[in-house]
Design a protein. Structure first.
Length: 279
C-alpha cells in the first residue's frame, strides 16, 4: 500500500509514525500500532467517542433506537458488514473492537448468545467494560495475530476497519480460521489499494475461506465522511489536545487529509467481504 507518511498535511506525530511503519518489519509494525492506538485511546477517553470507523451511507439502513441515532452512519458500516448473516443465539467475536460502539449495538440488536470484543489496547478494553453493561457482551485484551481462544470457539467472526493496522495479515486470517467453527462466517470490511487487496483476497482463499460475497463500497464511505466532516472536525477541536489534533484528523479521515484524498483519487478503496469456513 502506498505510504501516506510523506504527506505534510497529516500532522507531525502521524507523519513520524507512518515513516517508522514504512521502514519496520511486521513484528515491529504491530508494536508501533499498539503504541499509537494506546496514545489515541488515552488522548480521548470521552464516552461520546464510541466509534472509530469512517461511516457508511446505507440504502438498507437499519431502524435505530433514539439513543443510537447520533451514531447512525457509524452503525451502518457495522450493519452492512454483518447484515446477511444470522447472529441470533450465536457465539460471536469482534476482532479489533475499538471503542465498543459497534459491538454494543450488535449485541443489543442482533441477539447473539454471546459477543466478545477483543482489542490490543488495554485502555480501550477498560473503557468498554466500564461503559457497556450488557449480559451478552464482554471485552478482553488480545492480539489479532494470536487470538486468546481455543479452536472452533465461534460461529461468526467480524472485523471492521482494523486489519490495515496488523503487521501480518496472514497470521490474522489464519487465527480467524482457527477459532471459527465449521460453516462459520467471517465478515470483513476495510480499505486497501487495489494491488494489496488482490494479495489479501489470495490470503483469504489460501488459508481456506470460501468467498461468499464481495463488494467495493468506497463511494458510500466517502459520502459518509463528507456528511459528518464538519461535525467531526468540531468534536476533534473540542476534545482532542492541540498537539495531536491534526494527526487525529488524519486518523479520522477528515477532508483534506492524506487518507481522505487517497479515497477521492482512487489510490485507496474500501471493500467488504463475507466468507465461509467450509472445512
Amino acid at each position: 500500500m502506498e505510504s501516506i507518511g510523506d504527506k505534510m498535511s497529516m500532522g507531525i506525530p502521524a507523519r513520524i509514525f507512518a515513516t517508522l511503519l514504512k521502514i519496520s518489519p511486521s513484528s515491529i509494525q504491530n508494536r508501533l500500532w499498539k503504541w499509537w492506538y494506546q496514545r489515541i485511546s488515552k488522548a480521548h477517553n470521552k464516552v461520546e467517542f464510541r466509534f472509530m470507523n469512517y461511516g457508511y451511507i446505507d440504502s438498507e439502513s437499519p431502524e435505530l433506537d433514539s439513543s443510537d441515532e447520533a451514531y447512525r452512519l457509524f452503525i451502518q458500516l457495522y450493519h452492512m458488514n454483518i447484515r446477511d448473516v444470522d447472529l441470533n443465539n450465536k457465539q460471536v467475536l469482534e476482532v479489533g473492537s475499538g471503542r465498543g460502539g459497534g459491538a454494543s449495538w450488535i449485541a443489543k440488536s442482533k441477539s447473539p448468545s454471546s459477543l466478545i470484543g477483543v482489542d490490543f489496547s488495554k485502555e480501550a478494553v477498560t473503557l468498554c467494560n466500564d461503559w457497556y453493561e450488557q449480559e451478552n457482551l464482554n471485552f478482553i485484551e488480545g492480539n489479532a495475530q494470536d487470538l486468546p481462544f481455543d479452536a472452533d470457539s465461534f460461529d461468526i467472526v467480524y472485523n471492521v476497519e482494523s486489519s490495515h493496522c496488523y503487521g501480518d495479515i496472514n497470521k490474522f486470517v489464519s487465527e480467524v480460521f482457527r477459532v471459527l467453527r465449521k460453516d462459520g462466517y467471517f465478515c470483513w470490511t476495510d480499505f486497501r489499494d487495489e494491488e494489496t487487496m488482490k494479495k489479501t483476497e489470495e490470503i483469504f482463499q489460501n488459508v481456506g475461506f470460501s468467498v461468499a460475497s464481495k463488494k467495493e463500497i468506497t463511494d458510500e464511505v466517502v459520502d459518509a465522511l463528507d456528511m459528518i466532516n464538519d461535525a467531526k472536525k468540531e468534536r476533534i477541536t473540542e476534545l482532542v489536545p492541540r498537539t495531536i489534533r491534526r494527526s487525529f484528523e488524519t486518523f479520522a479521515g477528515v477532508q483534506g487529509t492524506p487518507v481522505y484524498d487517497s479515497f477521492k483519487s482512487g489510490k485507496l478503496k474500501y471493500y467488504r467481504y463475507q466468507m465461509i469456513k467450509e472445512n
